[in-house]
Design a protein around this ligand. Structure first.
Ligand code: DON
Length: 556
């Protein structure tokens, strides 16, 4: 691709930014969960695009090459920093419940929750937000056209990509659900079998869908031919989508949550994500301790106690802010943290059941993340999802659009856990056009000398992963250490520390058990974090992709 005029403008902008910017910034970086998506971002940046153009290209490429993680039939959050304006913005392209959704739609006649309905097939799918998110970025922030930015993804869909071990694992996990839907099975399986690494996945329909989105600027997807095709397909399979649901969909532009941990500024995701608020609550609690002075076992204990309390508030208070009043000021206040911290002992675990029960106050995988920084200092942290691997395992026929199962992120019945074991109360009950509560936590950390752009998939464990790596950053860690941190997790209920394979040493396990914690080791490692760190003094950049995944990061 060659864009000589744009390239010239880009070089001028870099010179201007270097001259006037408060941080010297010239390097660019992309860290994403798939090498082909990272390369798509690099291609667009080199063609004169900025970080927002690259975000469109990377998101669309991931939708093609990581169909188990995110997609055009899903949604997500983009946290943006515009260096020229000096502003941060949060683009909420989260999926929305269809207009015919009801609070009890996943309960059977005896009032019992039927998980299969919220996870598999047409009823599980909420109205997708990602295409609208890409159009919003294109109209408001891009240097290049939507067509130019979608081109790498269109190419990958048309020519196909080769599957790896991760694809094999994810498809294996969802093979039985995919086999139930002919159209999805044809695209994502190898004649009904789980593809072995090296299999080429070609998605011609998806290439045409992306092309139609580019040409119509999203109109076809939300009110034109594609919209009709998707609704017909969903309804014919027993779903409840209507054309109005797609027509009504719009991205919501929200102010990110801002807080501080000592002298580091935290910029993170507001509701309908629970991530930013839980991260801020936990950091506010931990700010009360001189964490450096504790042995690692006590450090883990204190972090777990902070997680326990933050996740309790998540379950109790959080939901779509356009439907429920979320007391953000109170929850993010240092006074609230004082109150929460007052019941923490250095030596003994609090039992979750001794904390106020949720709902008792008066009423009042898979996913993906990428981080991008451009030579001007613009930043994007985006976490995108179709929920569990391969979403609802169903495609809208003839469009190649794999549908999400984000409806399972609602609390289908009070106190009944969702697929991540998360419980919730009324604040996250299903309602027409409501957005399900998310844990996705794209975050910027601005220290006195360094800035981190970060995030990860991982369902409910996203927040605890971001917290652990943010604390590591505060203690001087770079991107490699941040993506490699050993992971442990507590989400209030179930009342246990869940930790990844080799996440805690045996002596840490012994010490935590002695303090009264229950422990549960996962048989595997989890998370797929992508981090970029900028050195404010000289603008140099360092980036890393989680060694647990197959992603790649490039700095140039
Ligand atoms: O929005 C959420 O919180 C979930 N749908 C994210 C799912 C996820 O990260 C799965 N990844 N392993």
């Amino acid at each position: 691709m060659s864009y000589p005029r744009r390239k010239f403008r880009y070089i001028c902008l870099v010179i201007i930014a270097l001259w006037f910017g408060d941080t010297a910034q010239a390097e660019s970086a992309v860290a994403s969960a798939h090498p082909a998506a990272t390369l798509a971002g690099k291609e667009i940046l080199e063609a004169g695009g900025n970080a927002f153009d690259a975000a469109i290209a990377v998101a669309a490429a991931l939708a093609v090459v990581e169909p188990y993680s995110s997609g055009i039939g899903g949604g997500g959050f983009f946290l943006l920093h515009s260096q020229r304006e000096g502003t941060n913005l949060f683009v909420d392209a989260r999926e929305e419940a269809p207009g015919k959704a009801t609070a009890d739609m996943y309960l059977d006649s005896s009032g019992d929750f039927v998980r299969d309905r919220s996870l598999n097939g047409p009823l599980a799918a909420a109205i997708p937000g990602l295409p609208a998110g890409l159009v919003y970025l294109s109209e408001n922030f891009a240097n290049l056209t939507l067509q130019e930015n979608l081109m790498p993804a269109i190419r990958l869909a048309k020519e196909g990509f080769l599957t790896g071990d991760r694809y094999e694992k994810m498809a294996g996990y969802r093979a039985s659900a995919l086999r139930l839907h002919k159209d999805a099975a044809k695209i994502f399986l190898d004649q009904g079998d789980v593809p072995k690494a090296g299999f080429r996945v070609i998605q011609e329909d998806l290439a045409e869908t992306l092309q139609a989105i580019a040409v119509s600027n999203g109109e076809s997807f939300y009110s034109g031919d594609l919209a009709r095709k998707m609704v017909d397909s969903v309804v014919s399979k027993g779903g409840i989508w209507r054309i109005e649901d797609l027509k009504n969909y719009e991205v919501k532009i929200r102010q990110p949550l801002i807080s501080s941990y000592h002298d580091v500024k935290i910029i993170s995701s507001p509701p309908p994500s629970s991530g930013g608020i839980a991260l801020i609550e936990a950091l506010n609690i931990l700010e009360r301790y001189d964490l450096k002075k504790y042995e690692r076992d006590t450090y883990i204990h204190l972090v777990v106690e902070a997680m326990r309390r933050a996740y309790r508030d998540r379950a109790d208070y959080l939901g779509d802010p356009d439907f429920v009043k979320v007391p953000l000021k109170k929850l993010s206040s240092k006074m609230h943290a004082d109150l929460l911290a007052s019941s923490i002992s250095d030596t003994e675990a609090t039992s979750s059941s001794s904390l106020p029960q949720i709902g008792s106050r008066q009423k009042g995988a898979d996913t993906t993340h990428f981080s991008i920084v451009d030579g001007l200092g613009n930043r994007v942290a985006a976490t995108l999802s179709i929920n569990i691997p391969f979403g609802a395992a169903i495609t809208a026929e003839g469009t190649g659009v794999l549908l999400n199962n984000e409806m399972d992120d609602f609390s289908a019945k009070p106190f009944t856990p969702n697929t991540y074991g998360l419980v919730g109360a009324d604040a996250n009950a299903i309602a027409p056009r409501k957005r399900p509560l998310s844990s996705m936590t794209p975050t910027f950390l601005e220290g006195t000398d360094r800035i981190a752009v970060m995030g990860t998939p991982g369902g409910s464990r996203i927040i605890s992963m971001v917290l652990i790596s943010a604390l590591d950053f505060m203690m001087g860690a770079g991107p490699i250490e941040m993506v490699s941190s050993k992971r442990f997790h507590h989400q209030y209920l179930p009342d246990q520390i869940y930790f990844e394979k080799d996440g805690l040493t045996s002596s840490e396990q012994e010490s935590l058990s002695k303090k009264g914690h229950k422990l549960k080791e996962s048989g595997r490692n989890y998370g797929n974090m992508q981090v970029i760190v900028i050195d404010k003094a000289d603008g140099s950049i360092d980036a890393a992709s989680d060694p647990r995944g197959e992603g790649s990061s490039l700095v140039w």
